[in-house]
Design a protein around this ligand. Structure first.
Ligand SMILES: [Zn+2]
Length: 370
């Protein structure tokens, strides 16, 4: 199994030793990985397990799969700019989080655990619960008391037990981490196996573009699961000699909760406020330094968009036949801002992931209708 290295202190560990973070408190990242053989791809079925060599697992037989991956890349005109929308909301649970969950829960089953815990109350909760169910594992979700039960209905349907924890997100995370002393911490934030899955976003785009990279990927950023997956995934392809350059990564946040944008601009973040982009409303992402590196090393940018721009982008996406959750409209609002700022130019190949389904957010959608 591939080794891990701590992003903070450089200590090396092994996948499967039960640690979800370094003894110093820093997050792990994969240290070494194996390339999937390019020539073998044409004989493999679609779906993200076609890249199994790059995962910390012995083979595709170890997969806990619900048919995820190889989402369509749909050409669309946006502000007169041609863009390729990757329809991540067509995943089995309705969001891109299935990429991470299929690899993470496959690893959990492989390690012989019986019970997994997680502290999401959104799309990651649904994804972890679904793949835990598919793996035959018990799943417990620790959520802040008062969290919307709407989003958790899906996770509960898969059989997850929801435990409400008094206090905010941090208290829920602390409760999950305490429970993880006797269970597997299936964290979409901390566990590097989750990121092994989100890297496949980059692999798929590369294949769908005939073995080339786009010029830019404009994507939403909260905890950075997709941003870092893209950075590492395109980085893999360059390192393996399958690409000569990685695309610019343009991360977009809601202005009401924008710690990455603040870090990018070199200032202290404003206190967070309520935003319709609840899926990326993360005031203190644990991988913030890595996220800034991902943007800097790809010569990208970070943008923050106001609520009105997110609402307008959501309505325009819906008018084009694309029913996404408000969070998923954030990169479309960001694309408009990026074009206006000259960060994306005419003639460039730009990919925008549409991360989550509007079917999961009927209440929020109804409030955006005229
Ligand atoms: Zn460390």
């Amino acid at each position: 199994m591939a080794d891990l290295t701590c992003a903070a202190c450089g200590r090396v560990a092994a996948f499967g030793d039960g640690h979800w973070r370094c003894a110093c408190g820093g997050p792990f990242e994969s240290r070494e990985d194996r390339p999937f053989p390019r020539a073998a791809l044409e004989r493999r079925p679609p779906g993200l397990w076609r890249y199994w060599e790059a995962f910390p697992l012995p083979g595709p037989d170890a997969a806990v799969s619900l048919g995820e991956g190889m989402t369509p890349l749909l050409p669309l005109g946006w502000d007169g700019t041609p863009v390729l929308c990757k329809l991540e909301f067509l995943m089995p649970t309705g969001s891109f989080k299935d990429r991470g969950a299929t690899v993470l829960l496959s690893l959990a089953r492989r390690l012989g655990v019986r019970r997994v815990v997680e502290d999401s109350s959104g799309n990651a909760a649904a994804a972890v619960a679904a793949y835990a169910a598919a793996a035959g594992l018990t799943c417990e979700l620790f959520v802040p008391a008062g969290a919307s039960l709407d989003k958790l209905t899906q996770a509960r349907a898969y059989g997850a037990v929801v435990r409400a924890v008094p206090g905010g997100r941090e208290a829920a995370a602390a409760a999950a981490q305490e429970a993880a002393r006797s269970a597997f911490y299936a964290s979409h934030v901390w566990h590097p196996a989750f990121f092994a899955g989100t890297r496949t976003f980059a692999y798929e785009v590369w294949e769908q573009l005939g073995g080339e990279a786009p010029d830019a990927v404009v994507l939403p950023a909260g905890h950075g699961t997709l941003l870092l997956g893209c950075w590492w995934g395109f980085g893999d392809l360059v390192r393996w000699g399958y690409l000569t350059r990685a695309p610019r990564l343009i991360a977009v946040q809601a202005a009401r909760c924008a710690p990455l944008a603040a870090g990018w601009a070199g200032r202290e973040p404003e206190p967070p406020a309520q935003t319709m982009a609840e899926g990326i409303a993360i005031a203190a992402p644990v991988r913030l330094p890595q996220m800034l590196r991902a943007v800097r090393e790809t010569r990208g940018a970070v943008l923050a968009v106001p609520e009105e721009a997110i609402a307008a982008a959501w309505r325009r996406a819906a008018a084009a036949g694309l029913y996404v959750e408000p969070t998923a409209a954030v990169p479309l609002a960001g694309l408009s801002a990026a074009v206006a700022a000259g960060l994306c130019r005419a003639g460039e190949r730009i990919v925008v992931p549409l991360t989550g389904s509007g079917l999961k957010a009927a209440g929020a959608a109804a409030r955006l209708l005229p």
